[in-house]
Design a binder for this molecule. Structure first.
Ligand SMILES: [Zn+2]
Ligand SMILES: [Zn+2]
Length: 784
């Protein structure tokens, strides 16, 4: 008689709602094993019985062949006495934990899978050309979930009663749609509608009607997964220009939906890494170098060498792209900087002045989720915005959260983060916390995540800036330990967590990791001394930091006005103590930037000198602004970071020259950014082309980062550098800095899972709060 063993298993991770039980069922039955599989509060449990060799084979294949959407985090096994069962069954769902605890994870929305696409284009299939086709391996998830457990009645599919064929698929463990909660078909599921600008139904086939309107140069609002988009024919100059004018969006690039990889390659350079990202199941917008002669209207991305490209990620997008001859501009459905519209009535109200028609449907979007945006750096993603397709899958961190944490994030590009165990649930992109509607998304989003992931925060982390709405929200919470986190420390910690830094045992008193050199360059963050920081060299671990050096502070004449008007930073830099004195007899009056702004120049200079409404800042972003204005790139901006982005576009990548900036001898050193501005002014006066000056400036910033890191290494023997902060979205700078540091033998950490901009701050805050929690101290650490 053959020996028989029985093994109990538990599988943790994203294993529910992704076809895991039927996968286990077919794997076990295929190997002739008996037993059972089921879902419970902690994930999937199973018992497998049969000959040892077959059980071993089962365990080997379990992780290797898991369904596409599954994310196995841990499999644990134990030995049981055999029960003599030869058959295999799917057990009813286990009871909820007695304490009401919920531990399972929810998948992100996922691009239509190859099997569904095949059915979509098969005239014999009952879902032929059905815009809501999905299965266990693809379709909406996060955006339709109202509550947990993830079950149809708790999604926005609740109102659609399955027809008998759909219900049969849903019940059949051998079917691809077994327990696929959003399963539906033309007979029982959501339907498309095409409405006019005033919301009146338009006759005919909605999809063909929309494609026809787009072809005629009209603007159509299209309801997607996480909100409404505004669509226009990408090659139609007038349509795209009209869209830009009606949206009141002056310069910010629009994303373009290409029908497939081949269409994307006709517009942009697409290398293997970019192709992998474009076709990944998250389907982010990928910022790619634009090809000369790309068939895209000039107004789509004015003055930009890159285009944001995405491929269809819902069946509706596939059908729409297929019905159009070329690519489609697909930009967020909003006016100016408002949050995107995602509720039907709101969309009709807010977008009726922009859209000529609405391609909509009756499946509600529960939570607004913007498209994700990413770049590619050295073959890895470099996220700019982490949202649809990635959220709410947790970011695994190298060590756990002793108590549940809420991190409230920053102000611009806000995300929040709820964390427990080994999971950091970084939220979808909330937006700039500057108005009531975004603040509501923030507070409601936190409540939603708390419910979904059963997090009851005992520790709340917030930015030190007293005026951030996220800070005020945190300070209003009564029953938790509050942890103030310095902005640039959070940037560096987010980069560390992004890289899994410090994985392995971390005892008390270690802060959880060994320190690194953190270079945090961004626009603005509140410093521990009450000034505005932003060009920071920190010695940091998760628990604390020391300000090793920084850009020499300059006045920010007019405060916020100086952020909107980069020429004010040129004035501040050119007039300062390290200004133009001694540079070939130069004075600011000889420069175009002063002539262009001569009416206000003296007042702004006076403001800077007196320090009235001119707070000091060590911001790296403002240094880029000063040079951008100096070179005539831009005196005023229409969106955050615009001057620096355009300065990067201007720079001649072939130029190797670099300006020199001095570093003073102080223990906490200062980098004289003014040296760079002065050198640029000298070259400009000497007739050097702006493209060359822009490049020498970028190279000069990279050179001084290298020099500063070497200085810190001499003193402290640290050999790892973490680069974070929104300035490092500048690929020219990032590449130069990484190349220089690596040539000096540094290990360089950059972002690949969360953005280096303020969208990554909440993760940094969460891991800092946890590190201090481990040390038993919630007091802010760090010097001034
Ligand atoms: Zn599918
Ligand atoms: Zn059906």
């Amino acid at each position: 008689m053959t020996q028989v063993i029985r093994t109990a298993l538990r599988v943790e991770g994203i294993v529910q709602g992704v076809g895991f039980r039927p996968f286990v069922y077919s794997l076990a039955t295929g190997l002739g094993l008996g037993g059972l599989v089921g879902n419970d509060v902690d994930g999937v449990f199973a018992e497998i019985e049969g000959p040892p060799a077959a059980v071993g084979e089962f365990l080997r294949r379990l992780e290797r062949e898991a369904p596409p959407l599954a994310r196995i985090e841990r499999v644990t096994t134990s030995v049981m006495p055999p029960a003599g069962t030869a058959s295999f069954t799917i057990a009813p769902s286990g009871p909820n934990a007695p304490d009401g605890r919920r531990g399972t994870l929810i998948a992100a929305d996922t691009a239509t899978c190859a099997d569904c696409l095949r059915e979509l284009s098969d005239p014999a299939d009952r879902r032929y050309r059905y815009p809501f086709i999905n299965c266990t391996n693809c379709g909406p998830r996060f955006t339709i979930v109202r509550d947990v457990p993830y079950d149809r009645p708790l999604t926005t599919m609740a109102g659609f009663t399955m027809c008998e064929p759909c219900a049969a698929e849903y019940r059949d463990p051998a079917d691809r749609r077994y327990h696929a909660q959003p399963v539906c078909c033309p007979a029982c599921g959501p339907r498309l509608a095409l409405l006019g600008a005033a919301g009146e139904p338009l006759g005919g086939d909605p999809l063909e009607g929309a494609a026809e309107l787009l072809g005629d140069g009209r603007i159509v609002a299209v309801k997607g997964l996480g909100g409404y988009h505004l669509a226009a024919d990408a090659a139609h100059d007038d349509a795209v220009a009209a869209l830009r004018a009606r949206k009141h969006r002056e310069d910010k690039p629009f994303a373009v939906l290409a029908a497939g990889l081949a269409a994307a390659r006709a517009l942009c350079e697409v290398d293997d890494a970019a192709a992998a990202l474009l076709t990944s199941r998250a389907r982010p917008i990928v910022l790619l170098p634009r090809l000369p002669g790309a068939a895209v209207a000039p107004a789509a991305a004015p003055g930009n060498r890159h285009l944001g490209i995405m491929l269809p990620y819902t069946p509706l997008h596939h059908l729409l792209a297929g019905a159009m001859a070329g690519s489609i501009v697909l930009t967020s459905g909003n006016v100016s900087d408002e949050p995107i519209a995602y509720r039907d009535e709101d969309a009709l109200a807010r977008l009726s002045g922009i859209a000529d028609a609405f391609l909509t449907h009756d499946r509600a979007i529960h939570i607004r989720t913007d498209d994700s945006v990413t770049r590619v750096f050295r073959g890895r993603p470099l996220p700019v915005r982490r949202s649809r397709g990635y959220v709410p899958e947790p970011v695994a961190v190298p060590f756990g959260f002793p108590r549940h944490v809420l991190a409230c994030g920053a102000e611009l590009k806000n995300t929040f983060c709820l964390a427990k165990g080994r999971h950091a649930f970084v939220s979808h992109h909330i937006g700039d916390l500057e108005n009531v509607e975004t603040l509501r998304s923030f507070t409601e989003g936190i409540e939603h995540f708390r419910r979904l992931f059963d997090v009851d925060p005992r520790v709340v982390a917030y930015d030190l800036h007293p005026e951030y709405l996220s800070t005020k929200y945190a300070l209003d919470l009564a029953d938790a330990d509050l942890v103030g986190v310095q902005h640039h420390h959070a940037h560096v910690a987010s980069c560390l967590a992004d890289n899994g830094w410090g994985a392995g045992p971390a005892g008390p008193g270690t802060g959880g990791s060994s320190p690194v050199i953190g270079v945090a360059f961004d626009g603005t963050g509140y410093g521990t001394d009450g000034t505005l920081w932003g060009g920071e060299f920190l010695i940091a671990d998760y628990a604390g930091f020391e300000r090793a050096g920084h850009l020499a502070p300059v006045p920010l004449p007019g405060g916020q006005a100086a952020i909107r008007q980069p020429w004010r930073m040129a004035a501040a830099y050119l007039d300062g103590p390290d200004g133009l004195d001694g540079v070939n007899g130069l004075d600011a009056g000889g420069l175009d930037v002063m002539r262009r702004n001569s009416a206000q120049w003296p007042a702004v200079v006076a403001m800077a000198r007196k320090g009235v409404n001119a707070p000091l800042t060590s911001s790296a972003g403002r240094l880029f602004d000063a040079v951008a204005a100096l070179l005539g790139v831009r005196d005023a901006i229409n969106y955050e970071g615009q001057a620096a982005i355009e300065l990067e576009q201007l720079a001649d990548p072939a130029e190797r020259g670099a300006y020199h900036a001095a570093i003073d001898a102080r223990e906490a050193f200062q980098v004289r950014g003014a040296d760079l501005v002065r050198a640029a002014a000298g070259d400009l006066t000497a007739g050097v082309p702006p493209a060359v000056i822009a490049a020498r400036f970028h190279n000069g910033v990279a050179a001084v980062v290298e020099a500063a890191c070497l200085r810190i290494r001499e003193r402290r023997a640290l050999t790892t550098v973490a680069l974070s902060g929104g300035v490092f979205q500048n690929m020219l700078l990032l590449n130069q800095v990484v190349v220089r540091l690596e040539s000096r033998g540094f290990t360089v950490l950059t972002h690949s899972r969360v953005p280096c901009n303020d969208g990554g701050i909440s993760l940094g805050q969460a891991v800092i709060a946890a590190a201090r929690d481990r040390l038993g101290s919630s007091a802010p650490a760090g010097d001034s």
